[in-house]
Design a protein around this ligand. Sequence first.
Ligand SMILES: [Zn+2]
Length: 381
Amino acid sequence: MIAAAAVPELDALAELVERAGPLARHRVLAEVDDHGVRRRVHALELGSTAADTPLLIVVVGVHGLERIGTQVVLAFLAALLGRLTWDRAGHEVLDRARLWLLPALNPVGLARGTRANGSGVDLMRNAPGDRVGRATPLVGGQRLARWLPWYRGEAGAAMEPEAAALVTWVAHGIASAPAAIALDVHSGFGLVDRLWFPWARTRRPMPQLPELRALVDLLDGSQPHHVYRVEPQARAYTIQGDLWDHVYAQHLAAARPGVFLPLTLELGSWSWVKKNPRQLFSRQGWFNPIKPHRLRRTLRRHLSLLDFLQPEWIDPRAPRWQCAARSSQARTRRAGPRGPSRWAGPTAPAAHGTAGREHHQIPAPRRLRPADSWPRARCGG
Ligand SMILES: [Zn+2]
């Protein structure tokens, strides 16, 4: 049972859970207090129950003000449930893969219309870990005051319950997955829709840059007119305590053979403000489309991306993936140690005194090497 308590998105979620019936397994990952009201972090798990199947995780509502992310994912779920009433191929995909949805990580922020959670903490700045490189001032996370935005929480304190629940849930999901993609949806930055990949805390290249490049090649090839600007998150700004950096670093440290690519979809909300400047006068207007036609456009705009992000695309055992990844690997090698020229860009100057430490904490892009037990694909060309 989902306690909706005056949050329309949670009402809609409750209806979809009912409509999904046995197609979705509903879990409560955490419960947080909101002035005496208990608010829950809900998760829906669709598809295979086997832990060693490919996994797509979609997380939204990290920042409560950014309601549009939750609405986009609910629209996707509604469309998927509608399609599954007739689409046998859709059922076959779910038989061999998992789709996990977390439609509102910050239910208190969603109910109150705030970026932070009920304790004033920005959940996307709340992960532990040493600082690596220099974070963008303020927006990169701060410990000056709880009432200012981007507050990380007290130094040394445990993670907030919502953030801890997310990290545990994702780590459990990807532990045995041969291939996993996470997509976290935000709004409030830029004029175009961006697909960001790690790192958030440094401009050094992510270790799985060749795999990421191969995925983007597949996206470019199968959706040639897509709207996304794909780039490392740190190109926009660098932050400390990013949850996805944390989960990704843990995954790398465990040296698992599976591929895990955490992506962030940052909706270009400044374009909504540009077209309708009156939105500047409302806090919701900075982060969400207000005009009904623009809202509908946004709700349908990202369905094809969510359809595309089937984790089977990056299963290292799949021949088409191996071939795409090998060709990407060759391009990465030709482009030199900083990776494909498309994303090489200028690297951020390391903060004084941290250059050596940073070098050790951020592994370099590695060679693609499928596990020995997986058959090697024969690629043409
Ligand atoms: Zn956000």
